[in-house]
Design a protein around this ligand. Structure first.
Ligand code: SIN
Length: 275
């Protein structure tokens, strides 16, 4: 098989074709690593990953973070992202990046399709490198020294959005909520590039600013960051796998397949402190 990298759009995402994720050579790993660093999310097609293969692939990138909120599978490393045909709320149906509420946010996530609706259920991604690069020099300078507070209480907590939804029962978040403060602009440890590190799912306010003061600038950044030029959209097929960078992208799970089941398996890979 010949390995091929095919960009999805100008700024975000690339497919790596001609690889078997259970048999990656060192040179294949280097191609995947470079694609991840350049485009923020790497897609693979036609893989036949068992749960053990999924875990083994994730472990090649780092330690696995066991998810505290989603239903675990029989392998605690793998969390279910599940929507049944009777449910109306999906998991991840708003722009966010995983685990920004952790003091050491996750490096990335590996999502494997297990059962897909015939239509719909795409995942959209946005490049926070592209979003940062397109800001004016003045706004870049303003954001450079700023930090922002991230939390998951309003999402996974006792009064969070999932608890009062028809996903509710699956979330055991009462005592597990956390928050953390991170730079608004990070220098990515792998690529050395600057990326915007706030997101609509979990960022509450800028450090030292009130919620009210923060809102207009956060809203500006949130709208700016999802300009179509910075995004890509992945159409899942049986055998598809997505490996995204939580520090350089946001994602959004489209909720347009009511009446059908969608089941994905997700592994989150540990990161480290952000600078
Ligand atoms: C997630 O937010 O991790 C879920 C993404 C998806 O189901 O497409």
């Amino acid at each position: 098989m010949t390995i091929e990298v095919r960009k999805m759009t100008g700024a975000c995402g690339a497919e790596v074709l001609g690889v078997d994720l259970t048999k990656l050579s060192n040179s294949d790993m280097e191609t995947v690593r470079q694609t991840y660093a350049d485009y923020g999310v790497v897609f693979f097609r036609d893989q036949q990953l068992t749960p053990q293969d999924h875990i083994a692939f994730a472990r090649r990138w780092g330690d696995i973070v066991v998810n505290k909120f989603f239903t675990p599978t029989e392998n605690p490393e793998i969390a279910e992202v599940r929507k049944e045909k009777e449910q109306t709320t999906n998991i991840g149906g708003g722009w966010h990046t995983d685990h920004s509420y952790d003091v050491e946010p996750a490096m990335g996530s590996v999502l494997v399709a297990r059962n897909l609706p015939e239509e719909g259920g795409d995942t959209l991604f946005a490049s926070m490198y592209a979003a940062y690069d397109a800001l004016s020099p003045g706004l870049k300078t303003t954001l450079e020294g700023m930090r922002a507070v991230h939390s998951n209480a309003h999402v996974f907590g006792a009064a969070g959005v999932y608890k009062s939804s028809d996903q509710g029962g699956g979330f055991k978040g009462e005592n597990l909520v956390s928050d953390a403060t991170h730079p608004v602009v990070i220098t990515h440890p792998m690529s050395g590039r600057k990326a915007l590190y706030v997101n609509p799912g979990f960022t509450l306010h800028f450090e030292g600013w009130t919620f009210q003061e923060s809102r207009p600038l956060l809203d500006y950044l949130f709208a700016h960051a999802v300009k179509p030029e910075f995004t890509c959209r992945f159409r899942w097929q049986p055998g598809s796998v997505a490996f995204w960078d939580n520090r350089a992208t946001w994602h959004y799970a489209a909720n347009d397949y009511h009446g059908h089941q969608r089941l994905m398996h997700r592994i989150t890979i540990a990161g480290g402190p952000l600078n």
